[in-house]
Ligand binder design. Structure first.
Ligand code: ATP
Ligand code: MG
Length: 191
């Protein structure tokens, strides 16, 4: 495999982490840290999440200020939902729908703004799967993204049109998960 490290070969990628196995969000966070360490500016928007306090919120807040500054952190993470989402046709709470719409508006703005080198849209695949967000709108925004911006999308059941559009797609396969043995989510590993 030839790896061209010259500036001219730089281009923004569309990356999808999907599949039923564990590791979609944490792999995206790992990439975000890698990018931030390279002096890039990273925004992580978390669709649907909101009720749980994940360790990454504090770690990234500290890292953003350390790498950037107190007033202008170079890596930022934001929860855009409220955690519990009732879904299915008329069951979908308008409040959750509104939060997804707001998150999407912010995502489009962030991708287009030129302020960020990498934008992570965590759990966006669930919002699309729950029919809270139109995959055509997402595909259109990705097609129109500035060339150098990287975008990572996570969540199970990535929409086929987005898989088609993406450059790198990884499907996490579940071999086994502690949950199946009745072991509940563990601090530091799951949240
Ligand atoms: P992680 O955040 O650990 O990388 P993920 O993003 O791949 O997980 P999600 O679909 O976002 O997984 O699921 C959210 C929560 O469910 C996380 O706490 C995650 O650890 C846990 N989880 C992920 N995969 C499984 C699984 N196959 N069985 C049970 N729980 C899972
Ligand atoms: Mg996840």
């Amino acid at each position: 495999m030839l790896i061209d490290m010259t500036e001219t070969s730089r281009r923004g990628l569309i990356v999808i982490n999907t599949g039923p196995g564990k590791g979609k969000t944490t792999a995206a966070l790992g990439t975000a840290i890698r990018a931030a360490g390279n002096g890039m500016r990273v925004l992580i928007l978390q669709f649907l999440k909101g009720s749980w306090h994940y360790g990454e919120l504090d770690a990234i807040e500290a890292l953003g200020k350390a790498l950037g500054s107190e007033d202008d952190p170079s890596i930022v993470i934001r929860q855009m939902g409220r955690g519990f989402v009732k879904v299915g046709g008329a069951e979908t709470d308008p409040e959750d729908l509104k939060l997804v719409e707001d998150a999407w508006a912010e995502a489009v703005e962030a991708i287009q703004s030129g302020d960020w080198d990498l934008v992570v849209l965590d759990e966006i695949n669930y919002a699309i799967g729950y029919k809270m967000l139109d995959p055509d709108k997402v595909a259109e925004a990705l097609r129109q993204k500035p060339e150098m911006v990287h975008v990572i999308l996570t969540g199970r059941n990535a929409h086929p049109s987005l898989v088609e559009l993406a450059d790198t797609v990884t499907e996490m396969r579940e071999v086994k998960h502690a949950y199946q043995k009745g072991i509940l989510a563990q601090r530091g590993i799951e949240f």
